[in-house]
Design a protein around this ligand. Structure first.
Ligand SMILES: Nc1ncnc2c1ncn2[C@@H]1O[C@H](COP(=O)(O)OP(=O)(O)O)[C@@H](O)[C@H]1O
Ligand SMILES: O=P(O)(O)OC[C@H]1O[C@](O)(COP(=O)(O)O)[C@@H](O)[C@@H]1O
Length: 372
């Protein structure tokens, strides 16, 4: 459509910009990549050197850069865009939101999230089957979600077999009145089995109290988390072992990488096509410094600064979390004081950025339209 005859793939994330090899992305090469999991381009953490990346863009004569990834990647894209602007280069930078965690703000959802929620059902089903098959069975499933519990929340709501969903945004406690152990005992007495879903970033404050803090980071600067799934399983076993009132049978399932590694589902494939077309139309129209994605159902271009300021998180005073609580019947683990604190700490949700635009005044001439 636009007569482009060369599309280069950068190998292995940001550090691939200063490696010699690139991958020619011809129609033949990309023909069936939507049927595979992972990435043919490779991925990495860390290795972001803005100046070297922009040197490489300049040296290779690249005039449009499409940057695919989660919130960290988009922060990296934003600084590349700033540097390109500073140097006065005629290069468009477009971000494409891809992360199963759904932690990119403003847009309705990120590519990969829907697939992850769907695949998580298999693990939850397995946990439910195992728990139901044995006396006082407890199935524990750990799902991804470093800072945001969207996968756990939506997988729980979709499944309806989950009795308790624990996410990073909702602090919880184990012992005493209103605590997790009390709830487990109640559910086992009522139902004879239960399923717990826990996001990897949940309860990290409790782990730090009982395990020695590591305070290590990955190459991108993300805090390395301790395995909350193993930890909580052991704590539940210890508690009921000590108490000797109920003899529990706990099965722990960690499907996290199996979920991330599968090919995207049909809904995500269609979504990905829309993202790709929207990003290319945007860059070809002369826009730059934007991420594309649906906002309230309409495909839009959002300036980087609107999505790098914060992370998308589950709002536990919002309706969706209330729906989850009413679906699982789990305790909220909150007292009224906590609710007030959460509300005060929250910013109102970002709405459609009507009237704003992310065009680079030097290189683009049009306001950003909404695309359907
Ligand atoms: N604030 C930042 N500035 C520049 N680069 C960043 C920033 N945060 C993350 N990156 C880079 O973005 C890439 C991906 O970040 P990471 O947090 O690992 O994953 P994700 O994009 O899924 O959040 C890494 O190469 C990392 O170095
Ligand atoms: O062990 P790895 O490869 O660093 O990945 C684990 C991380 O991946 C995440 O799902 C984020 O995924 P992406 O960065 O691929 O979007 C986090 O929730 C999780 O902590």
């Amino acid at each position: 459509m636009y007569g482009v005859n060369k599309v280069l793939g950068i190998d292995g994330g940001y550090k691939g910009f200063y490696a010699r090899n690139t991958i020619d992305l011809t129609p033949k090469v990309v023909n069936d990549i939507h049927k595979r999991g992972g990435t043919i381009l490779g991925t990495s953490r860390g290795g972001h050197d803005t100046s070297k990346i922009v040197d490489s863009i300049q040296d290779r004569g690249i005039n449009q850069v499409y940057i695919i990834g989660g919130d960290g990647t988009q922060k990296g894209a934003a600084v590349i865009y700033e540097e390109i602007r500073r140097r006065g280069l005629k290069v468009s930078v477009a971000g494409i939101p891809k992360t199963i965690d759904n932690d990119i703000p403003v847009i309705d959802r990120s590519f990969g999230f829907d697939t992850a929620v769907e695949e998580a059902q298999r693990a939850i089903n397995a946990a439910h089957v195992e728990a139901e098959s044995i006396e006082n069975g407890i199935g524990v499933v750990k799902l991804m979600g470093r800072y945001s519990g969207f996968i756990a929340m939506y997988a729980t709501l979709a499944s309806r077999d989950v009795d308790c969903c624990l996410i990073p945004e909702s602090p919880f406690y184990l012992e005493g009145r209103g605590g997790l152990f009390e709830y487990i005992e109640k559910r086992l007495k009522e139902n004879g089995h239960m399923v717990i879903v826990i996001a990897e970033g949940a309860g990290q404050d409790l782990l730090s109290e009982s395990l020695q803090s590591m305070n290590q980071q990955d190459a991108s600067g993300n805090k390395l988390l301790k395995d909350v799934g193993l930890w909580i399983s052991q704590r539940i076993k210890n508690h009921f072992g000590r108490q000797q009132k109920i003899s529990i049978n706990l099965k722990y399932i960690d499907p996290t990488y199996m979920i991330r590694a599968i090919p995207s589902n049909a809904a995500d494939n269609v979504y990905c096509t829309l993202l790709a077309q929207s990003a290319v139309h945007g860059a070809m129209a002369g826009y730059t410094g934007f991420i594309c994605g649906p906002v309230n159902g309409r495909h839009s271009y959002i300036p980087f600064n609107h999505i790098t300021e914060k992370q998308n998180k589950v709002v536990i005073t919002d309706r969706m979390w209330a729906r989850l609580l009413s679906s699982t019947n789990q305790p909220s683990f909150l007292n009224p004081k906590d609710v007030i604190e959460v509300q005060e700490g929250e910013e109102p949700p970002t709405q459609l950025l009507e009237g704003e635009n992310c065009k680079d005044s030097k290189f683009a001439t049009k306001d950003i339209p909404s695309m359907t």
